[in-house]
Design a protein around this ligand. Structure first.
Ligand code: TPP
Ligand code: MG
Length: 314
């Protein structure tokens, strides 16, 4: 068992919490949903303490992060550099606080350290710095670059005979406007990199609205199925999932781990700001400090009423 300040996790011989491909039981799904809720709570708490940080993107990614770190990925929090570990790159690095929450809850570092987020000297900077925090496989923040790094890591694992290593890369949907994403998408199938699994957090929003679309402006209307069509055309195996349905998320990630000679992309349909009612679907909660009242409402939405002493925007 791994002990962390957030509880314990049953670990299989290969380091994954549940290594087998057996379908998740109802109890396991409930446990993962609770992990995702805790990730969201720690996101809100940390950003509130820092009076800075991103909210919408980390909140939309929380369910996938919970499924990865508490079931799918083979990792050893007490041995972060274990050579045979699965790798995870948060290419949408501005959502770092969500990844930190998953790592803390999984036992990489004390959950209390989350309250140092974004402060001077903290290991938990606004964007992930792999030279500071054990458990990070790549430093990110400049959008578009993570998937190229993932290709390099996956190729490296193959060249060194570590054929069991899977490399997961999470991208934003806005990030997919970066040309480098498609340069990488073009090359991965040529190497038949079927240990590479990209996940697009498709929350239909990015930093700002779209000109002329009003305060809740979204990305320009997507041609239905556009992301699926593009990745398919580039030679990837493509899965789509409701990124907030834990049984579906677990199922799709476990299927993605069974390679068929092609890299896999999971288009995870999500809601930006998921879990906090007044943040859901609003681009202006991409990054924004909360007022004390908003903090209390966010915690209450997540089933975690804030103690009276907590909160307060600078
Ligand atoms: C190369 C680059 N350009 C611009 C930015 C500034 N930026 C940070 S987040 C963001 C929006 C990203 O949107 P999306 O990928 O959809 O992320 P999510 O909705 O998951 O937050 C932008 C433009 C950046 N980090 N890197
Ligand atoms: Mg987005």
């Amino acid at each position: 068992m791994i002990k962390s300040s957030a509880g314990s996790v049953a670990v299989g011989a290969d380091g994954s919490p549940k290594a087998g491909q057996m379908a998740a039981t109802a109890a396991e799904i409930r446990e993962l949903e609770e992990r995702a809720r805790r990730i969201r709570v720690e996101i809100i708490r940390a950003v509130n303490e820092a009076k800075a940080g991103h909210l919408g993107g980390p909140l939309s990614a929380a369910d996938v992060l919970a499924a990865l770190y508490f079931r799918v990925m083979r990792v050893r929090p007490d041995e972060p550099l274990w050579p045979d570990r699965d790798r995870f790159i948060l290419s949408k690095g501005h959502s770092s606080v969500g990844l930190y929450a998953a790592l803390a809850l999984r036992g990489y570092f004390p959950v209390e350290e989350m309250l140092t987020f974004d402060s001077l000297g903290s290991r938990l900077q606004g964007h992930p710095d792999m030279t500071k925090l054990p458990g990070l496989d790549m430093s990110t923040g400049s959008l578009g670059m993570g998937i190229s790094a993932g290709i390099g890591i996956a190729l490296g694992a193959r060249l060194t005979g570590r054929t069991g290593v899977r490399t997961f890369v999470m991208l934003g949907d806005g990030e997919c406007q970066e040309g480098e994403v498609w340069e990488a998408a073009m090359v991965a199938p040529r190497y038949k990199l079927d240990t590479l699994i990209a996940i697009v957090d498709h929350n239909k929003l990015q930093q700002y609205g779209w000109s002329g679309e009003g305060p809740d402006g979204r990305l320009p209307p997507e041609v239905p199925g556009e992301l699926v069509a593009k990745w398919t055309a580039f030679g990837w195996r493509v899965f789509e999932v409701d990124g907030h349905s834990m049984p579906a998320v677990v199922d799709v990630l476990e299927r993605a781990c069974v390679g068929d000679g092609r890299p896999t992309v999971v288009i995870s349909n999500t809601v930006k700001g998921k879990g906090v009612s007044f943040m859901e679907g609003h681009y202006y909660w991409h990054t924004k400090p909360m007022t004390p009242d908003e903090f209390a409402r966010a915690m209450a939405d997540l089933g975690e009423p804030a103690p009276a002493s907590e909160g307060g925007a600078r």
